[in-house]
Design a protein around this ligand. Structure first.
Ligand code: HMG
Ligand code: MG
Length: 307
């Protein structure tokens, strides 16, 4: 039986905007977060406290966190790869802290090196004090396992390597793992194999799927996870997204497409699809293009016929 309710984390403001060639102002990022929460998103990945030399698009992390008008019941998360990132996130007044932080590792050594400048074992040594300090401060800690199915530098990734990282993350106190198909090469059975390995170390409620849609498989992979009972997914408004260290990979699965699928299956999300499409149009307008999401475009076409 499929889950009756699914929680979506919109990673658009972070994963979506980190890879855009053009600068997006903090005011537009804040407006995007406001529109997402108004559409019913209860989990929003807002920004990253990373090196501005590596990812200049996230250099305004503190201003964005400071500018959000918080809505009760919404969880705001940020990426913090090291103590410097966590310290920066917690340098703000308490009411501007994130509710949750994300440490991001990889099942691939080469991707780990390129993305965070250290190998997998070294990354755990860097994450351990971040996890401990974040938990001591009362924040929840999520871990991302990038390249869980395939790697731009190493090719296919065996599920054993996902399991190893899940076990290491569990060992340092990470409370939830996101299994990420960074380059969107996964197909349902391979994705299920990766998920099953994470599920050996985490309960069902603490494993999520993060799918990029490069090969058009992301929705099929979401469905394959639902079959396993997984009920937490990352998705990105307007299908924005990408990683500067995974060239050629496209955006995340669009939140609108996932919501349409889930509602069609009778699964609740608490999200208002029309308001979400408006948020997709807003950020796509800022970027000077149309949303890539099939559902957003279909609903926009329907609106223009009705008008
Ligand atoms: P490093 O070079 O190993 O760190 O970077 P370092 O300690 O040697 O410091 C080097 C410089 O970076 C120093 O500055 C530090 O101050 C600065 P300098 O003295 O040269 O002027 N620095 C920082 N500045 C701000 N905030 C920080 C910070 N740390 C160091 N937190 C680091 C290590 C991880 C910071 C670096 O490699 C980095 O920023 N990488 C960017 C990684 C990133 O954001 N990737 C994209 C997100 S991951 C992703 O998209 C995948 C995901 O979506 C899931 C999926 O799809 O797979 C999550
Ligand atoms: Mg991603």
């Amino acid at each position: 039986m499929l889950p009756s309710r699914v929680k979506l984390v919109d990673v658009g403001p972070r994963d979506g905007l980190q890879n855009e060639p053009q600068a997006v102002s903090a005011a537009h990022k804040i407006e995007l977060v406001h529109r997402l929460q108004a559409a019913g998103l209860a989990d929003i990945e807002v920004t990253s406290f990373v090196s501005p030399k590596w990812v200049p698009q996230m250099a305004d992390a503190a201003s964005v966190m400071a500018g959000i008008q918080r809505r009760s019941g919404v969880r705001y998360s940020v990426l913090t790869p090291n103590m410097q990132g966590l310290d920066a996130a917690l340098a703000a007044p308490r009411e501007q802290w994130p509710d949750e932080i994300v440490v991001f590792g990889a099942a691939s050594e080469s991707f780990s090196q390129r993305n965070i400048n250290c190998g997998v074992d070294e990354s755990m040594a860097r994450f351990a004090p971040v996890v401990a300090a974040a938990r001591a401060a009362g924040l929840k800690v999520r871990g991302a396992i990038s390249c869980a199915v395939g790697c731009p530098y190493e090719g296919e990734i065996h599920p054993d390597r996902v399991e190893r990282v899940a076990q290491l993350m569990h060992g340092i106190g990470v409370q939830h793992v996101g299994v990420a198909d960074t380059i969107g090469v996964g197909t349902p059975r391979r994705v299920q194999a990766a998920m099953e390995r994470a599920l050996r170390h985490y309960p069902l409620a603490e494993v999520s799927g993060h799918f990029h849609d490069t090969y058009g498989q992301a929705l099929a992979n979401v469905y394959a996870c639902l079959e396993l009972g997984i009920h937490n997914f990352d998705a990105s408004v307007a299908g924005l997204g990408g990683c500067p260290y995974a060239k050629g990979a496209t955006g995340n699965v669009a939140t609108e497409d996932v919501v349409f699928l889930l509602h069609g299956l009778g699964i609740q999300t608490g999200i208002d699809l029309d308001a979400l499409v408006d948020a997709a149009c807003f950020i796509s307008g800022v970027l000077g293009r149309k949303p890539v999401s099939r559902v957003a475009n279909a609903l926009l076409a329907k609106r223009s016929v009705a008008a």
